[in-house]
Design a protein around this ligand. Structure first.
Ligand code: PLP
Length: 393
């Protein structure tokens, strides 16, 4: 039930919500009237280990009683531990913490600028980004986002970004100039409608970056932290990026962003060059360390892969049965989309009324992003609701 005070006191930058949410456990959410929902949105790819995971609650509770915040003037053991674990999972390099996906991308853009200014060719500042990408709402991340629906009303944006077609190596080759410094990509475009980069495209981008001496910057904010069946979405293709932005699933619901920077660029940021008050607080890092513990102890990355294969095959069956409604099934692991022939808003509403929460994305896509802890029964229950709604629509 939405109170009148919601619209009275909250700025309307989000669409008016249809329900409120007051409690969560595992894959389940409840509204204030006690209605239960299957959460196949995970706070948009955030609660990858489910709501209120006992291990996460234990570690966050323990840390909140010990130390929540101390600032980056001091060494924070939880932060050091988390950085080490990220380096072990990604590759030789170092980590910088922040609070969100947009901030992680801001730091990645600033890294590219610093590399340019510290080089003998400071005029080489341009970053090539993909059309249909989404990198966040802050002015730098927004400038890296091509879609006019996000940019409109906020111009003038930062200069120095050039747009090329996603998954088209030739388009990137043609867009590179002598002033290019970096290529920035999502391994799976999330807000853009769940479009995976092909392994071939990512490898071509790695080759192009090596040829033209460009940084390869990966935005793993949505596809990261186990969701695709790899720790990070790009890892399947075997490429070696210069930097990787992470957030969303990293804190498991506690705000945390991180930028991993590969060894050759790990000393580019110097004292005073960048910073944030809250980034990498003891509490946020304890939450993320708990997420990594649970990913390992419950083999959730393997589950994402296996459950993803199952869910995708069942969705393909539905596509065969409902060809006039479903255009395509896209994605990998538990980052999937049913691309509809028409606007899926009504279907999403009907699914919610049946107790299933999913989330829209560009191009008539209906995104399925369940927690990686989702059970076989919950997958089948969700599929049952999707089928029922398709039958009656
Ligand atoms: N990058 C990607 C790929 C995203 O999907 C998002 C958010 O949806 C962002 C960046 C921005 O992250 P945040 O909303 O935490 O700023």
């Amino acid at each position: 039930m939405i109170s009148e005070e919601h619209t009275k006191y909250l700025i309307g930058n989000y669409a008016a919500p249809a329900i409120d949410i007051v409690r969560g456990e595992g894959t389940k959410l409840w509204d204030s009237a006690g209605r239960e929902y299957l959460d196949f949105a995970s706070g948009i790819a955030v609660t990858n280990i489910g709501h209120g995971h006992p291990e996460w609650v234990k570690q966050v509770t323990r840390q909140s009683g010990v130390l929540c915040h101390a600032s980056n003037l001091y060494s924070i053991p939880e932060q050091v531990r988390l950085a080490k674990r990220l380096v072990e999972r990604i590759g030789p390099g170092k980590v910088l913490f922040c609070n969100s996906g947009a901030e992680a991308n801001e730091a990645m853009i600033k890294l590219s600028r610093l590399v340019a200014h510290q080089s003998e060719q400071p005029e080489r500042l341009e970053i090539l980004v993909a059309e249909n990408a989404f990198h966040g709402r802050t002015m730098g991340a927004l400038s890296a986002t091509a879609s006019s629906k996000y940019r409109k009303g906020f111009e003038p944006l930062l200069s120095g970004f050039r747009f090329a077609s996603f998954n088209h190596s030739e388009s990137f080759r043609q867009t590179v100039t002598e002033n290019s410094r970096a290529i920035m990509l999502e391994s799976i475009q999330g807000e853009g409608g769940i479009h995976p980069a092909s392994d071939e495209f990512l490898r071509d981008m790695e080759i192009l970056c090596a040829e033209k001496q460009l940084l390869l910057l990966l935005d793993e904010v949505q596809a990261g932290i186990g969701r695709t069946g790899e720790f990070l979405g790009f890892q399947r293709s075997g490429i070696r990026p210069s930097a990787v932005a992470m957030a969303k699933g990293l804190g498991g619901g506690f705000p945390l962003g991180a930028l991993w920077v590969s060894e050759p660029y790990a000393e580019i940021f110097k004292p005073g060059s960048h910073g944030t008050t809250f980034g990498g607080s003891p509490l946020a890092c304890a939450a993320a360390n708990a997420v990594l513990d649970v990913l390992d102890s419950e083999s959730l990355i393997d589950s994402a892969r296996d459950h993803g294969i199952y869910l995708q095959s069942k969705l393909e069956e539905l596509k065969t049965r409902f060809p006039n409604t479903i255009m395509e099934i896209r994605g990998r692991g538990l980052m999937l989309a049913i691309a509809m022939q028409h606007d899926p808003a009504v279907l999403i509403k009907l699914m919610r009324e049946e107790g299933l929460l999913v989330v829209a994305a560009a191009g008539h896509a209906l995104r399925l992003l369940p927690p990686l802890t989702v059970s076989q029964k919950e997958l089948d229950d969700a599929l049952g609701i999707i089928e029922k709604v398709l039958q009656h629509s």
